[in-house]
Design a protein around this ligand. Structure first.
Ligand code: SAM
Length: 297
């Protein structure tokens, strides 16, 4: 009998009871957290906080699918190529981000861009390839872009290629629309708002949208950092991977950093979140600033 047929709405007439039931289901939590770790790297250990978090994030998803408990859900998720997996991961990712988050990185990048431009100029190579690998709703990739466009040595001869990825297809939709509430634009200098955004008013307030030419120069795509072999044909000059490795266990994070390092050109830069520096073990990189690394060899 299908999951939907086993369901009786009477079972959940009381929403609070359903939530309570999920919150107490330690065995079910363990099944789901194992599936999450295997497929997204996210390491949710069993404790009261995570029991509550998982229940609150999956509650309405399970109701919508008419699934009565974690065990039944785990059975659907654990099938090869399960169509339920993407939404499960979307529900359990944490997407907190903001423009110019950890601002010292953008100051450092501005300093280093001079060196990068000079090196490439010598090689007569006018392509600059940037990968923002856990971009969430896009604030990070637009910040990187504004930092580059504002650079004094930036000119039309440079062909900047941006790739912005995330495992979560929902945040990428917002990122590719490039529309933000006025409150979300805090920290973006006025001259950038004027130069790079269109402004418009809607019922829920003033909004900004990055101009077409800005949005169109970024390729947005889903990508899982756990992927065995990263599929990029050409190496990147700059890679951002910030505030995602904290959700992984150490061996997983170290493995991801190793693969990220392999995607860089020699002398290219990797930026991690400021609280992720302890996971940097690869010999391919050396520290050049706080949570910023350059590829050696
Ligand atoms: C807290 S946000 C960080 C956003 C941005 N990098 C920043 O520092 O502001 C973490 C992002 O990592 C993404 N993520 C989690 N697991 C991932 C994985 N295995 N592969 C790619 N992205 C992942 C989440 O969907 C989320 O959008």
């Amino acid at each position: 009998m299908s999951a939907a047929k086993q369901f009786s709405p009477n079972h959940f007439s009381d929403s609070q009871n359903f939530l309570d039931k999920l919150q107490k289901d330690e065995q079910g939590f363990l099944k789901l957290s194992t599936i999450l770790k295997k497929n997204a790297g996210i390491n949710m250990v069993l404790n009261d906080k995570n029991l509550t978090l998982m229940a609150s994030r999956l509650n309405s998803l399970l109701k919508g699918l008419q699934i009565s408990d974690y065990k039944q859900y785990a059975e659907l998720l654990d099938k090869p190529n399960s169509k339920y997996l993407a939404d499960f991961i979307v529900a359990l990712t944490t997407n907190t981000t903001q423009f110019f988050r950890e601002p010292s990185h953008f100051k450092f990048m501005t300093e280093k861009l001079g060196e990068i431009f000079a090196r490439k100029e010598k090689q007569k190579n006018y392509d600059l390839r940037i990968w923002c690998s856990a971009t969430s709703t896009g604030q990070e990739v637009f910040t990187i872009m504004m930092t580059i466009l504002n650079h004094p040595l930036m000119s039309k001869k440079w062909n900047i290629k941006f790739l912005a990825t995330d495992i979560d297809y929902e945040v990428l939709q917002k990122a590719s629309n490039g529309i933000y509430q006025e409150s979300e634009m805090q920290g973006v200098p006025d001259h950038c708002l004027q130069k790079y955004c269109n402004v418009f008013k809607e019922k829920d307030g003033k909004k900004y949208q990055f101009k077409d030419e800005i949005r169109e120069s970024i390729r947005f795509a889903t990508f899982n950092l756990l992927t065995d072999k990263y599929p990029f044909k050409h190496p990147f000059d700059i890679v951002f991977c910030r505030n995602v490795l904290i959700y992984f266990d150490r061996p997983t994070a170290e493995g991801v950093i190793e693969k990220l390092a392999q995607t860089l050109v020699k002398d290219g830069f990797l930026f991690l979140g400021h609280s992720e520096t302890g996971m940097m073990k690869t010999k391919l990189l050396k520290t050049v600033s706080n949570a910023a690394y350059t590829k050696i060899g």
